[in-house]
Design a protein around this ligand. Structure first.
Ligand code: BGC
Ligand code: BGC
Length: 606
């Protein structure tokens, strides 16, 4: 009995020394600064994580393979990831504070950096499903695949309310409509943060606070120019729901609000998010986000960085994603604390640092990190879910439900005995079907191992139907003239973040794609036009001459699901979560605008 009580007390003491931590006095300033520093593992070794008492690391978008190398299962599969995470976690436990390490990743549409993972449609397609139950299941499946690699923190969901299709991140947004984003975000977090056996769960992140989808001209990381009332009305509601769902972390956004960067916005981070909305978790900065804080003229590079660090801390940022510059960050932050003691500026108030550290330790305690099995153990428990048949079925269902039928002049899209000619390399290549944040940060143009393309799906129907299927990436095939139907797949090449901005002319088909469309229409057989894109595109007039038009967004690794709708007459259920602009001047409009004649209105879908 006594012995039990003793060991209980020891556990409580250890726990509070390590992660419970009301008493931060046991931690040195270096140990505290380490806890709030988040390097990318490509720029820090496990030994450095130990020596600097680093609190969390991330691995940004991309595979474990060297550039140019094939990201095969052996190099980049779940086991390879679990081994990587294990190395960091085990060595981190030998730090002076012994506080366990958090490992973070962007699993934004499935565990997208890992070879073989189930990739779901990007958020814009999920918004089109309007299916909250499906959303929750997808997020839960994502959590299982992420946990199988020993990772504990996911930088998702994106809660952007995208208001201008020029923006390269439009596809990360569920909708232009705040209430739909709120509902999808809540369902996502509920599924993602499911508590599995022994209270093992994955932490989510609501990002990017606030106004990321509202920048002028849709410029990534740009300026969101609007009144506070508008900001609250359009961009804030999804965060209320995320907090209600128990999201433990929020990521600060790269954008500014009326000229001031969010990373230095004390009013928005501390007064609104933490105080008014009662968000008690931690705020993590975005990738070198503090570097964009404006500084007074005449400072040396170090002075400049010190100024920016001080500003961000003071604004309420708790964890600093400083992928490469982590050592400089720690050194200069220490000088900022010394400045405080010496009453010099800029400075870092140690009580603010304590508050940040407390938030980090609170997350670790909530995640029960002390008692969480190590990554290889998690791998052995959870890897049976990785790309399981159930997850692939779920992905196929989601892809199918995301498809929006925008136009149909045919009695049957594809009849069971049709001769079908499929044209366009995006019918066949699954990289473009998955979009950005798929294996690589910017996505891949070729194939994603283990995936099924739109063409695969149509071909698979030949085993049960009398269909004949031909495929050519381009049009020069005489067989085309004899086809009963042409399925033409066109759209955008993969991109992520600013690289997808189309600020000049807006998002549209390439010149080559437009030529393919004209050629296909000139062949004679009816054309079923399928669009692969991260957003509504400005369509050429010729598109209206297609016999059917389908927006398939970025379906992920199970694009094959469309065949059930094309061939088996499964009923389309997808509905637009964005208003589809007819012209350039409508790109920044939304469904509330009166008097706009959209090409297809919000909510449309046959
Ligand atoms: C993106 C974030 C992402 C982070 C880490 C940034 O560039 O804006 O959404 O979580 O990188 O990869
Ligand atoms: C990383 C991404 C990150 C981006 C920011 C890339 O190298 O892989 O995760 O968002 O840089 O610029």
């Amino acid at each position: 009995m006594l012995k039990n009580l003793f060991s209980f007390l020891i556990t409580v003491l250890l726990f509070s020394a390590h992660v419970g931590a009301q008493d931060l006095s046991q931690l040195s300033i270096e140990e505290k600064l380490g806890q709030v520093t988040q390097p990318d593992v490509r720029w820090i070794t496990p030994e450095q994580v130990r020596d600097f008492n680093i609190g969390s690391v991330l691995r940004g978008g991309g595979t474990l393979a060297q550039p140019g190398e094939l990201p095969s299962e052996s190099i980049n599969g779940p086991l390879a990831w679990a081994q990587l995470v294990q190395r960091y976690k085990v060595i981190a436990l030998q730090s002076s504070s012994k506080i366990p390490l958090l490992f973070a990743i962007d699993a934004v549409h499935g565990h997208n950096n890992v070879t073989g993972a189930t990739l779901f449609p990007h958020n814009i397609g999920l918004g089109a499903t309007r299916d909250l139950v499906l959303m929750e299941q997808i997020a839960k499946a994502t959590a299982l695949e992420v946990l199988a690699t020993g990772i504990d923190w996911n930088f998702a969901p994106t809660l952007a309310v995208a208001r201008n299709e020029r923006w390269g991140r439009t596809y990360e947004s569920f909708s232009e409509e705040p209430s739909l984003v709120s509902q999808m975000g809540f369902a996502y977090l509920t599924g993602l943060q499911t508590s599995f056996e022994q209270n093992i769960w994955l932490a989510g992140t609501a990002k990017h606070w606030i106004g990321d989808g509202g920048t002028t001209n849709g410029i990534d990381q740009g300026d969101t120019e609007m009144s506070l009332a508008e900001l609250r009305k359009i961009h804030l509601p999804p965060y209320l729901e995320a907090i209600r769902a128990g999201v433990p972390t929020v990521m600060a956004s790269f954008n500014s609000w009326n000229g001031k960067k969010l990373h230095e916005h004390k009013f928005l981070i501390t007064d609104v998010l933490k105080t008014e909305l009662k968000f008690e978790g931690l705020v993590v900065s975005d990738w070198n986000g503090i570097d964009q804080i404006s500084t007074p003229p005449g400072l040396s590079p170090d002075e400049k960085y010190m100024f920016q660090i001080a500003k961000a801390f003071d604004a309420g940022v708790d964890v600093f994603m400083v992928p490469e510059n982590w050592e400089k960050f720690i050194g200069l932050s220490k000088r900022l604390v010394e400045n405080f003691e010496a009453k010099r500026t800029p400075s870092l108030d140690p009580t603010r640092l304590d508050d940040a550290v407390r938030r980090v330790l609170a997350l670790k305690a909530k995640l029960n990190l002390e008692r969480r099995p190590l990554p290889l153990e998690l791998y052995s428990r959870f890897s049976k879910h990785f790309a399981s048949p159930a997850h692939r079925d779920l992905a196929a269902r989601a892809s199918g439900q995301s498809a929006v039928l925008l136009e149909n002049k045919l009695s049957k899209l594809i009849a069971p005995s049709d001769r079908v000619h499929v044209v366009g390399e995006k019918a066949h290549l699954t990289g473009p079907q998955a979009g950005g944040w798929s294996l690589e940060w910017q996505g891949v143009k070729g194939h994603i191992p283990g995936s099924e393309s739109i063409l695969d799906g149509i071909k698979s129907k030949t085993s049960t139907h009398n269909l004949r299927v031909d495929y050519t990436p381009q049009i020069y095939s005489p067989q085309l003239i004899q086809a009963d139907k042409i399925v033409l797949v066109l759209g955008e090449d993969p991109y992520a973040e600013g690289q997808g901005d189309r600020t000049e002319n807006g998002p549209r088909l390439s010149v080559q794609d437009e030529a393919l469309l004209d050629e296909a229409l000139a062949m004679g057989p009816p054309v079923i036009l399928v669009l692969i894109s991260g957003r509504p595109l400005l369509l050429p007039e010729a598109a209206s001459r297609a016999s059917a038009l389908i927006s398939y967004w970025l379906p992920g690794t199970m694009g094959s699901a469309l065949a059930d709708y094309l061939v088996d007459e499964k009923k389309f259920s997808g509905r637009l979560s964005f208003s589809w602009p007819r012209s350039k001047d409508q790109l920044n409009g939304d469904f509330r605008d009166v008097g706009i004649e959209w090409l297809f209105p919000f909510g449309f879908g046959l």
